[in-house]
Design a protein around this ligand. Structure first.
Ligand code: BV8
Ligand code: ZN
Length: 244
């Protein structure tokens, strides 16, 4: 794969790199995206499932949806795209800012990760905030807190909920200070997360989009690489490994 010289030059000059990722980077691991043709929300809509009121109205339905997604994730592996991002740490100061809740960047070995929308492996009691890790076999009925009997929910950010301030600010700052901000596998339609790559661009970062199709961000990008992230990211890493 030939990359434009301006990009190679940027890689040569860069120290700080941010990877802002969305569901698309996990697609090649077998985890369905949200809005693509086989997107999970095509079958269900977020209003019914990914919000707190729905959880209170029908905790078992919402809990079962997350158990279903947890089981899919537990049977998946990080793909070449996740592993390439982890290996970039050999050459650059790398920060991952992810919208994903699937934990695959951590499993691939990335060490500096801001999770904007939480992590499906963490769960907490809505009354006393005790945290619980859940095993797949814990079944589909919503668990109750051993301490106070409250309902246990996934530690993910639902629609209408604030993002964890430390994760958002950490990700936003890293992006603004980055030399290159890669935007990988996201439709960039969910806010306030989607503000982050725009903020990076405004602060002077070189914005590189990696996606199988154009998105809301394509107009902002300095360079758009269309194709699968699991194929493109290893090719960029190969260029870097050859010595720029
Ligand atoms: C909030 C966790 C308010 C749960 C998720 C402006 C400002 C602030 C808020 C809003 C705003 N405008 C609208 C809002 C409201 C809302 C919002 O953004 N709605 C959208 C849909 C219009 N935002 C919120 O509600 C947020 N909270 O604002 O609170 C507030 C303020 C003050 C005080 C109190 C409250 C919370 C949003 C978080 C919602 N939670 N997930 C769960 O996962 O179950 S969002 C969900 O979407 C996931 O996190 C996902 O990551 C995220 C974004 O989707 P993508 O990752 O981009 O995935 P998608 O399928 O869309 O795209 C995949 C892409 O990959 C595609 O482009 C595809 O082409 C590409 N692709 C596919 N295969 C590949 C590939 N690319 C490369 N290689 C491949 N192989
Ligand atoms: Zn409790």
């Amino acid at each position: 794969m030939d990359f434009k010289q301006e990009f190679i030059k940027k890689l040569r000059e860069s120290k700080k790199i941010v990877f802002f990722t969305g569901a698309g980077i996990s697609a090649e691991s077998g985890i369905p995206t949200f809005r693509g043709k086989d997107g999970i929300w095509n079958k269900m809509n977020p209003e019914e499932l990914a919000n707190f009121d729905s959880f209170l109205r029908n905790p078992n339905l919402v809990w079962e949806w997350y158990q279903h997604r947890r089981n899919i994730i537990h049977n998946c592996q990080p793909n070449a795209g996740h592993f390439a991002i982890a290996k970039f740490e050999k050459y650059f100061d790398v920060t991952v800012v992810t919208q994903n809740i699937d934990n695959l960047h951590k499993r691939a070995g990335s060490t500096k990760i801001f999770e904007l929308h939480g992590n499906i492996e963490r769960n907490f009691c809505i009354e006393c905030h005790t945290f619980y890790s859940i095993k797949d076999e814990d079944g589909n009925n919503v668990p109750t807190c051993k301490k106070c009997g409250g309902l246990v929910r996934p530690d993910v950010v639902w629609f209408g909920e604030m993002l964890p301030q430390d994760q958002f600010t950490g990700g936003e700052t890293a992006a603004e200070w980055s030399d290159i901000c890669f935007v990988v596998g996201t439709s960039a339609v969910v806010y306030p997360a989607a503000y982050i790559p725009m903020g990076a661009k405004r602060a002077g970062a070189y914005l590189v989009e990696i996606n199988i199709e154009p998105t809301e961000l394509s107009g902002y990008a300095d360079y758009s690489l269309f194709g699968k992230s699991g194929e493109i990211l290893p090719k960029i890493l190969e260029e870097v490994g050859k010595g720029l």
